[in-house]
Design a protein around this ligand. Structure first.
Ligand SMILES: Cc1cc2nc3c(=O)[nH]c(=O)nc-3n(C[C@H](O)[C@H](O)[C@H](O)COP(=O)(O)OP(=O)(O)OC[C@H]3O[C@@H](n4cnc5c(N)ncnc54)[C@H](O)[C@@H]3O)c2cc1C
Length: 380
């Protein structure tokens, strides 16, 4: 089998699918998409029911980019997919003195978004589910919400099919061969030719493009779902916040979401350093010590006791040392564009990242001053 494309995308996670969505919107006719597993699989980084979205971020660049995502890209996708993907619920971000709390508070006030700094006492009245012991302060993010992740992936797959994207599932890219004005992509099912290539291969990026290897590591995460005592209503979207807890000197260390799509509130640790896992080593069994760590965190930070552990799941982060994304061209081949290193916080940007990668591939730049002024942050 061989096919020829204007643009070929490798990887059907949130970033590859969002890129196909924008390429079609930008009028590209021959779009190809290659995915090694089945569409909507659970082996990478984009599966499961929910994700956090927020404006509260460590620096003003990300806060501004999130305004584009919240006000332009998610509404555009919800309209085209004719389904709700973002479910508003309060955001609550807190940590001890000396943690990244201060940087977040500074960044949101610099941009002037609807995020209110509260004292721990004020926050306990607003979020009685939390103890906020030893917190320097609490950011109440009124722009936050829960992203229906699985529903977003399904919607983007539906739009890709409607837009005539030529999708090749269960097809693994084995090698990439750039030439002057085209690229040959070899898979176990045949060869593909394309004028431009966009690689959003998640945890497998360094295998496909060794030039990225020095910048990324892979960390398998454990996500736990727990039932807390008390009125179940208080743990639902709209009432229970999406939240993030900073450790001293660190960025977000633990985070969680209300009950959505399955039983129990979601809680997880944000592991971005100290490991480099093999993405092909499937290990669906969550380590008991990881679940215990989450249970202990809940006991320490939440006012209601844990009633029951419901279940746990695994998922992959592709981390950069700074947790900044890589959104850039290949250093040697302008017609190869790379989206990688989303470091456990890329889903909320997905529809915007797709627009950025499609523009970089077609035009070498974007029409987004918020991205262009921050471009050095995202260089390979
Ligand atoms: C537990 C967890 C919680 C998270 N929580 C949040 C959150 O609350 N908010 C938020 O914004 N973000 C969150 N994230 C991060 C977010 O989910 C990721 O940044 C995002 O999903 C990355 O998407 P991706 O498309 O780059 O990667 P992936 O979804 O992994 O997609 C890459 C695809 O490329 C395919 N591929 C790789 N190699 C090949 C090959 N050789 N041939 C063909 N196909 C190939 C893979 O099979 C895969 O489908 C979380 C992530 C995890 C793991």
């Amino acid at each position: 089998m061989s096919s020829t494309y204007d643009v070929l995308v490798i990887g059907a996670g949130i970033n590859g699918l969002s890129t196909c969505y924008h390429l079609a919107g930008m009028g590209v006719s021959r779009i190809g998409l290659i995915e090694q597993f089945q569409l909507a699989h659970n082996r990478g980084s984009s599966h499961s029911h929910s994700r956090i979205t927020r404006s509260a971020y460590v620096n003003a660049h990300y806060v501004r980019l999130m305004q584009l995502a919240h006000h332009q890209e998610w509404p555009r996708l919800e309209k085209d997919a004719d389904t709700q993907l973002i479910f508003p619920t309060p955001g609550c971000f807190f940590g001890p003195p000396g943690s990244k709390y201060e940087s977040y508070a500074k960044a949101v006030s610099e941009v002037g978004v609807d995020v209110e700094p509260l004292t721990p006492d004020e926050a306990r009245k607003r979020f009685p589910q939390f103890r906020f012991e030893n917190a320097a302060g609490v950011l109440h993010d009124r722009t936050a919400g829960l992203v229906a992740a699985a529903r977003t992936i399904d919607a983007l797959i539906r739009l890709a099919r409607q837009n005539g994207v030529d999708i090749h599932e269960q097809t693994t890219v084995q090698s990439i061969h750039p030439e002057e004005s085209s690229i040959t992509v070899k898979t176990e099912r045949g060869i593909f030719q394309t004028e431009r290539l966009i690689v959003t291969a998640g945890a497998w990026i360094a295998r496909l493009l060794p030039v990225v290897k020095p910048r990324v590591t892979v960390a398998r995460q454990t996500v736990g779902y727990f039932k807390l005592a008390g009125n179940a209503e208080t743990y639902q979207v709209g009432c229970f916040p999406v939240w993030g807890y900073f450790l001293k000197g660190e960025d977000i260390e633990y985070y969680g979401q209300p009950e959505f799509g399955c039983e129990g509130i979601k809680v997880a640790r944000h592991i971005t350093e100290g490991v480099d896992d093999d993405p092909d080593q499937v290990s669906d069994t969550p380590p008991p010590e990881a679940v215990e760590d989450l249970r202990n965190f809940l006991a320490a930070q939440f006012t209601a006791p844990v009633e029951r552990f419901v279940h746990a799941e695994r998922c992959l982060y592709t981390n950069t040392a700074t947790e900044d994304f890589i959104l850039d061209h290949h250093p040697d081949y302008e017609h190869i564009t790379i989206g990688a290193g989303f470091s456990g916080h890329g889903f909320k940007f997905g529809p915007l990242t797709g627009r950025i990668l499609a523009s970089l591939s077609l035009n070498g730049q974007t029409d987004l001053p918020e991205f262009e002024t921050a471009r050095d942050l995202f260089r390979l």
